[in-house]
Design a protein around this ligand. Structure first.
Ligand code: ZN
Ligand code: ZN
Length: 417
């Protein structure tokens, strides 16, 4: 992969995605094999006037050794400094911006004690709750982009030699990230279009959306009260001493979705999975789920049924959904026809629902609400948020307003506006 492409990709992430501001700190979280990319990102940040760029490297091979050899008690004992590491940067003047570089081997923990890993992940997730409040509520600029690793590339392109697979994954990531030509202009054109769709959906004041497909999907998704459709661009909400409101950023690159919060008690019908879903490194394929009054009452899967059951039993909120997202069949990621084993890509290949938590800011004023207030609006709460793909080439979506008026949103898998 050429150095100039790496630079172009870094510019896309730091300028267009993060939208780094003069005198701001950029915090980069990166796997060790991505050091060359992290350095490019730092250079771009400084050129754009950043105060400083800092990097936290991770090493998943090391994590695997640790997950294997360390006791559950020790893994779950998260140290104080780990809890405040990111929060410290939120609290620098002007607030920091956070770039995460995703590159995981989807099977990094294969063969290890799943209960232990689950417990360790939950402990880490709990410890990160306060910081996550900043990203989940867009109080700070943040962005996730991906780079290949050898293990990941081999998983996506198993028939290729390692080096060729890595190169192919780079090229595929570049393509679906709109890096051809002038990325900044590509992203502006695309996000402008997405903003029109998002604003249109917000203006319609829909109560329910109805998804149908020739595969048998017939699902009524009631929406949370005062739900807000998001997607395209994001804007910081501020609301804390060191966070500023109104800065544009793009949280995920790529992103193809317009999404909102369903009402946790008002989802009814049946929905079929249309793409394999990777959970804890294992596949769930050809699943079907039946909802009654918001909760999954029946489920099946040709592959990974037991795993799907585990996912749905994660906690009280895991049987309800916290997201409904629209992605057209013409999504560049869908057209690549590749299973990425990475949510950043796979969720952007098709319309999806997410078992588990809703994003607070998909409810009007939700960032300032506590759990009870959000629940009263119908926004679901859970420790998990797992996106599963249900969109198809012939999916129709109709929006239904309070007065029962029906508005076509998707026809044959595509936006009608
Ligand atoms: Zn989504
Ligand atoms: Zn999601």
């Amino acid at each position: 992969m050429e150095q100039n492409m790496l630079k172009k990709y870094a510019e896309m992430a730091v300028k267009t995605g993060i939208n780094i501001q003069p005198n701001q700190t950029l915090v980069i979280r990166c796997p060790i094999h991505g050091a060359a990319f992290a350095r490019e990102c730092a250079k771009v940040a400084y050129e754009a006037g950043a105060k400083e760029a800092v990097v936290f490297y991770s090493d998943e091979q090391f994590s695997r050794i640790r997950m294997d050899k360390t006791s559950k008690e020790v893994l779950c004992d998260i140290k104080e400094y780990q809890k405040i590491q990111m929060l410290n940067y939120v609290n620098t003047d002007g607030g920091a911006a956070f770039l995460s570089i995703s590159s995981s081997d989807p099977e990094i923990y294969k063969g290890l004690d799943m209960d232990k890993i689950d417990a360790a992940n939950k402990a880490a997730s709990k410890a990160g709750e306060e910081f996550r409040d900043y990203t989940m509520n867009s109080r700070v600029q943040w962005c996730v982009v991906a780079i290949p690793s050898e293990a990941w590339a081999k998983k996506v392109f198993p028939d290729m030699e390692t080096e060729a697979a890595v190169e192919k994954l780079w090229q595929t990531i570049f393509k679906v990230s709109r890096l051809d030509g002038d990325p900044a202009a590509n992203w502006k054109e695309y996000t402008d279009k997405q903003m029109i769709r998002r604003n249109r959906l917000n203006s319609l004041n829909l109560k329910t959306v109805h998804l149908t497909s020739s595969n048998g999907t017939d699902l009524y998704v009631g929406l949370a009260e005062d739900c807000v459709w998001g997607g395209g661009k994001d804007f910081t909400t501020g609301g804390r001493p060191h966070t500023v409101a109104g800065t544009e950023f793009i949280a995920n690159m790529p992103t193809e979705e317009i999404f909102t919060a369903p009402h946790k008690d008002r989802v009814n019908g049946i929905v079929y999975g249309t793409k394999p879903y990777v959970y804890n490194g294992n596949l769930i394929e050809d699943f079907v789920v039946t909802f009654k009054d918001g909760r999954v009452v029946d489920y099946d899967a040709k592959v990974g049924k037991e795993l799907l059951g585990q996912l749905l039993d994660s906690d009280e909120g895991a049987r309800s959904i916290g997201e409904i997202a629209f992605v057209p069949a013409s999504s560049p990621i869908n057209r690549e026809n590749v299973l990425f084993y990475n949510t950043l890509f796979d969720e952007n290949a098709a319309c999806h629902i997410a078992f588990g938590a809703a994003y607070p800011d998909t409810v009007k004023g939700g960032s300032e609400m506590n759990k009870e207030q959000l629940a009263a609006k119908g926004a679901n709460h859970s420790v998990i948020h797992e996106d599963v793909m249900v969109g198809s080439e012939d999916m129709d979506i109709v929006g239904i307003t309070e007065s029962g008026e029906e508005i076509q949103i998707f026809k044959n898998g595509e936006w009608v506006f």
